[in-house]
Design a protein around this ligand. Structure first.
Ligand code: NAP
Ligand code: GDD
Length: 375
């Protein structure tokens, strides 16, 4: 019976990894941060399970990490905690460095101080952002790094300090160089989720336009649920090694919009260039027209806003997952791009429908209260 500690358990990956490890019989511990509002939505369904435990700790606070690691004495640590938003890292570079760079060092030292250096296997959440201003396409484990944001520079430190502890102290620690992975649980300000939520709201008449930044940016998008399995496989490997985790297929932000809107019944065409580019309705399915009569062919649904441009942007990420496929037996194509878009759009269509139903219940209730129908 193994024990795992997940930092960042409240995040997208943390929630899927918890479910995965619980299904394998693990005792799962996770670190959470105190917040004035409850941000534990993604793991609420797991709380109270006998093998699921939460502890307060922060990657900026060494003492909290030493306390939890020495108490839990995990066989495996998955360090997923991070300030994970690239654009935010330009506004909060020092905080990002403290968590995403020095935070990794704090975990490694806490493991050593707890006397677990010889037994504990550690997974570090590295990122394709390390390739940044890419020097080769597609990218593999040998491609040189060229980080291109404060987030990526901080993550590069995390990546190298893991390698250093592996070599200096013979620790079983390794990094997964994960390309973008998305899901119905993705944070709402990452581009894919922003698009799927907007498509659902526009289809249901709750939003009229979507503003985006660089539509030509290229990403290798996979499904987060598939990627957490690979994190686990890396820690079951006979030796600690770094792996690229990707699908091997690339799409633009524009493509993502096209498929997401298509799935709700709107075919888009893109006209114009650069900051003047627009996503316009080319056709609407009869089913959607029947429920949303305000949508008309020719309506502009997507516009470009300079607010979402980054001082330096990474525009050509495309991973080569051959090593993970061969050495770990991982399937990079388990969920296709089209399936991923469908999963996300379906979930957001349901979310928006529930919100609308809640609004209409509230409106009716106010009316009934005013009329004295209910008291
Ligand atoms: P996410 O949804 O943003 O979750 C980040 C997690 O980190 C949250 O649980 C957050 O807690 C926690 N956290 C943030 N600051 C912390 C701090 N100072 N101390 C302790 N915990 C802290 O991110 P994700 O998409 O699941 O990604 C997981 C990891 O993989 C991150 O390290 C990310 O950088 C990396 N990564 C992600 C992708 C991707 O495409 N998703 C690709 C490559 C690498 P709160 O809920 O309290 O904020
Ligand atoms: N967020 C966002 N919002 N991005 C936009 C927008 C917008 O309105 N419009 C265009 N983009 C472009 C960004 O400029 C970027 O090139 C691309 O869409 C993807 O942006 P994000 O979804 O924010 O993700 P990311 O690639 O910057 O970072 C994610 O993936 C990394 C792995 O490559 C995060 O999950 C990181 O934590 C992760 O390391």
């Amino acid at each position: 019976m193994k024990t795992a500690l997940i930092t960042g358990i409240t995040g997208q990956d943390g929630s899927f990894l918890s479910e995965f490890l619980l299904s394998k019989g693990y005792e799962v511990h996770g670190t959470i941060r105190r917040s004035s509002v409850d941000y534990r939505e993604r793991i609420a369904h797991l709380e109270g399970q006998p093998k699921f435990h939460l502890h307060y700790a922060d990657l900026g606070d060494s003492m909290s990490l030493i306390r939890v690691i020495s108490k839990v004495r995990p066989d495996e640590i998955y360090n997923l905690a991070a300030q994970s938003h690239v654009q935010v890292s330009f506004d909060s570079p020092e905080f990002t460095a403290n968590v995403d760079a020095t935070g990794v060092l704090r975990i490694l030292e806490a493991v050593r101080l707890s006397g677990l250096a010889d037994t504990c296997h550690i997974y570090q959440a590295s990122t394709s952002e390390l390739y940044g201003k890419v020097e080769e396409v597609p990218q593999n484990e040998e491609t040189p790094f060229h980080p291109y944001s404060p987030y990526a520079v901080a993550k590069l430190y995390g990546h190298w300090i893991v390698k250093e502890y592996r070599e200096a102290y013979n620790m079983f620690c390794c990094s997964g160089i994960l390309f973008n992975h998305e899901s119905e649980r993705r944070g709402e300000t990452f581009v894919t989720r922003k698009i799927t939520l907007a498509a659902a709201r526009i289809a249901q008449g709750k939003q009229s336009k979507l503003y985006l930044g660089n539509l030509s940016s290229l990403r290798d998008w996979g499904y987060a649920k598939d990627y957490v399995e690979c994190m686990w496989l890396m820690l079951q490997n006979d030796k600690p090694e770094d792996f690229v985790i990707a699908t091997g297929i690339q799409h633009s932000v524009r493509d993502f919009c096209y498929y997401a809107f298509k799935h709700v019944g709107i075919e888009l065409e893109f006209v114009g260039e650069g900051a003047d580019e627009k996503g316009v309705i080319k056709s609407i399915t009869p089913q959607l027209s029947a429920v949303n009569k305000r949508l008309t062919v020719g309506d502009v649904l997507i516009e470009v806003s300079a607010d979402f441009f980054r001082p330096t942007d990474v525009v050509n990420l495309w991973g080569d997952p051959s090593k993970a496929k061969e050495k770990l037996g991982w399937n990079p194509q388990k969920t296709t791009f089209e399936e991923l878009v469908k999963i996300m759009v379906d979930a957001d269509m349901a979310k928006v429908a529930v919100e609308r139903a809640g609004e209409s219940i509230r409106t009716n209730l106010v009316e009934y209260l005013e009329k004295g129908i209910v008291k």
